[in-house]
Design a binder for this molecule. Structure first.
Ligand SMILES: CCCCCCCCCCCCC[C@H](O)CC(=O)SCCNC(=O)CCNC(=O)[C@H](O)C(C)(C)COP(=O)(O)OP(=O)(O)OC[C@H]1O[C@@H](n2cnc3c(N)ncnc32)[C@H](O)[C@@H]1OP(=O)(O)O
Ligand SMILES: NC(=O)c1ccc[n+]([C@@H]2O[C@H](COP(=O)([O-])OP(=O)(O)OC[C@H]3O[C@@H](n4cnc5c(N)ncnc54)[C@H](O)[C@@H]3O)[C@@H](O)[C@H]2O)c1
Length: 558
């Protein structure tokens, strides 16, 4: 749906489809009907398109993809109708202008935004391409090179960056009223010629360099998005913007999206998009307790015990989440020094790349608090233990934590496979104990399995889930069993690859085949990164390390 009103010669078309103003068929119809009203009203001299609620528009409604194309106007028809309007249209952007939302904005004659707004053409992450003129209009506005960067990787950019390269015409402070500001802006452009404002009519500035730029991006995409079809199709479509008139380029874009939509890769990525959101709605089976009726405790001070492979990544994730007090406890002096150096080097790298500012980096370094004894953890809200995978060491640590930590403190273990209930039993309050199972490297990997012990309280679970989301992790609640979910899945894969070694393959051969198939890393690279001792300890626990068995003996007998 879209609402329509008129204020001082300016018609306002406001998208109204909570929570994110996705462009469903009703919204598209609403925009078109409102546009007709505005064009017919002689008192209207300019038009503003804005979004109600928290955001401008996140693009096509992904839930309607199957029926998207049957109802008039579909998105690629709507953008051309908007652009050809005889009255100037201003897109007023706050929150997100993503995908089809940005394509609508590109079809408007002017674009203004709050400085806090984010812009992206992220369709490639759904295995498709921007199919409403994005691959043809963006190059006409910002050139082939930047368009390839935006479209083939789908990353989001700040409104300021978008303004610097010519997408946004005027930025307003983040606390301004976007609608009021846009209406005033629209009044200021009344009567101006639209000749240079219709993006589809503009030339592509760096068109002559297209072959060279294409080659560069083919190489980058080949490395960064190995195995993915959509990024290459995006590059092809953008190339056509340089070589063909707009109408012909649009035909190529259309062929691209028709080829991609419904592909196995796109279906899987769309499934993943919704699955990653669905897991936020956790429940404890059979109890009626769930994410909607349970509140997390407030977490300000966190401690991490053990600064090895996992601990250092967990600390970085906490710092990136903005936790202002992260205590770190590591027994081994060399491991402590190496761990702290690793963390500081990674933060330096983020600052050098502009991912964080120098001020943010300094405040993250200041948030790091090395501690040497358990007493120093007494007012910590959440402790995450990441020491060796040994039940006796973990029990020793949890017994001490149980004695010193305040009663409300959440005590989490990063164990890969040990019984969370057995660890919880050594504390006076087992309901405060939960598993928080990160994956290596913990500051990079997005998955976090929170393990629900039989005694973990709902509030403790809510706190672990909330913490995961604060860290930007895809946070999944799982039951307490050997290896939880991730490692139980991974185990079958490792068993098969280990059989291949026994049959004569080298680890690097196995890894090469897996990477060629599309895996980001080979199985043995993962082993080296995580530490092969972890798997060894798990197998030893299940008495699977008898070296005398012949190759091919059933895995259970080793
Ligand atoms: C078979 C051959 C046919 C060929 C025909 C060819 C014709 C082609 C014509 C097609 C034209 C379409 C072209 C267009 O380019 C395509 C698109 O626009 S695809 C969509 C692109 N946009 C995105 O991918 C954005 C996706 N969303 C996000 O990344 C995030 O939501 C956000 C914008 C970063 C905001 O994040 P948050 O604030 O954290 O919010 P949530 O993620 O939790 O979202 C809240 C809520 O909204 C739901 N949702 C979000 N985006 C969409 C969406 N685009 N469609 C539907 N629903 C959406 C999300 O699932 C959450 O729902 P909840 O979990 O709360 O139920
Ligand atoms: N490596 C992985 O891929 C991975 C993935 C998920 C979970 N885990 C789990 O995370 C935990 C840590 O694994 P890791 O790979 O980081 O191990 P690691 O060997 O790299 O690091 C463990 C660190 O803990 C320190 N330590 C040991 N006892 C301590 C104590 N009492 N107090 C303070 N520090 C102590 C050690 O000195 C060492 O630096 C294990 O339970 C493991 O199963 C590991």
């Amino acid at each position: 749906m879209a609402n329509y009103s008129v204020r001082n010669q300016v018609a306002i078309i406001s998208l109204c489809s909570p929570p994110v103003n996705a462009l469903s068929s009703d919204v598209r119809r609403g925009i078109l009907d409102s546009l007709k009203k505005a064009e017919q009203d002689v008192k209207v001299a300019a038009i503003v398109i804005c979004g109600e609620g928290r955001t401008f528009c996140v693009g096509a409604d992904i839930t309607e993809f199957k029926s998207e194309f049957k109802t008039f106007p579909n998105l690629f028809e709507l953008v051309d109708i908007l652009e050809s309007s005889p009255k100037p249209i201003v897109a007023a952007i706050h929150g997100h202008a993503f995908g089809g939302g940005l394509e609508v904005a590109l079809a408007c004659h002017y674009r203004v935004a709050l400085s806090s707004a984010k812009l992206a053409l992220p369709e490639v992450k759904l295995g498709i391409l921007p199919g409403a003129g994005g691959t043809q209009r963006l190059p006409r506005l910002i050139g082939i090179d930047s368009s390839m960067q935006w479209i083939a990787f789908g990353d989001e950019y700040s409104a300021q960056i978008a303004a610097n390269i010519g997408i946004i015409d005027r930025i307003f402070p983040s606390n301004a009223d976007i609608l009021e500001s846009a209406v005033q802006y629209a009044q200021s452009i009344i009567g101006k010629s639209l000749i240079n404002r219709r993006v589809s009519k503009l030339p592509v500035k760096d068109a002559s360099k297209v072959s060279h730029i294409m080659e560069k991006y083919k190489q980058i995409v080949g490395k960064k998005s190995r195995g993915a079809i959509a990024p290459m199709v995006c590059l092809e479509a953008i190339k056509h913007a340089a070589l063909l008139p707009y109408v012909e380029g649009m035909k190529k874009e259309r062929m691209g999206i028709e080829a991609l939509m419904g592909s196995d890769q796109s279906k899987s990525l769309i499934y993943m998009f919704f699955a990653e959101r669905q897991v936020r709605n956790w429940t404890i089976p059979g109890t009626g307790i769930n994410s909607k009726n349970t509140k997390p405790i407030k977490v300000e001070k966190v401690a991490v015990i053990g600064l090895g492979t996992m601990g250092r990544g967990i600390v970085l994730s906490l710092l990136k989440a903005g936790i202002k007090h992260v205590s770190v406890m590591e027994l081994n002096k060399t491991a402590r020094e190496n761990g702290l150096l690793f963390i500081k080097n990674i933060l330096e790298g983020y600052a050098a790349r502009g991912t964080i500012s120098e001020t943010q980096k300094r405040s993250m370094v200041d948030a790091l608090k090395p501690v040497s004894n358990f007493e120093m953890l007494k007012d910590t809200d959440l402790v995450i233990e990441a020491v060796f995978e040994s039940m006796s060491i973990k029990k020793d640590i949890f017994a001490k934590l149980g004695q010193v930590c305040k009663p409300s403190a959440v005590l989490a273990t990063n164990t890969s496979a040990l019984d969370v209930d057995e660890i919880a039993m050594v504390t006076p309050k087992p309901k405060q104990v939960v598993g928080m199972h990160f994956f290596a490297p913990a500051h990079v990997m997005k998955l976090l399995e929170n393990v629900r012990g039989s005694k973990s309280s709902p509030q403790v679970i809510a706190t672990a889930m909330n913490m995961g989301q604060r860290m930007g992790k895809v946070t999944v609640l799982v039951g307490n069993c050997h290896g939880f979910v991730g490692n139980r899945m991974f185990r079958h894969y490792t068993v098969e690859t280990d059989f291949m070694l026994e049959e004569g393959a080298y680890p690097e051969q196995v890894d090469t085949v897996l990477k060629k198939f599309g895996f980001a890393m080979g199985r043995y690279q993962v082993g080296d990164l995580s530490g092969n001792d972890i798997g060894y300890r798990m197998r030893t626990k299940f008495e699977m390390t008898n070296k005398q068995q012949p190759p091919g003996a059933p895995e259970r007998e080793r």
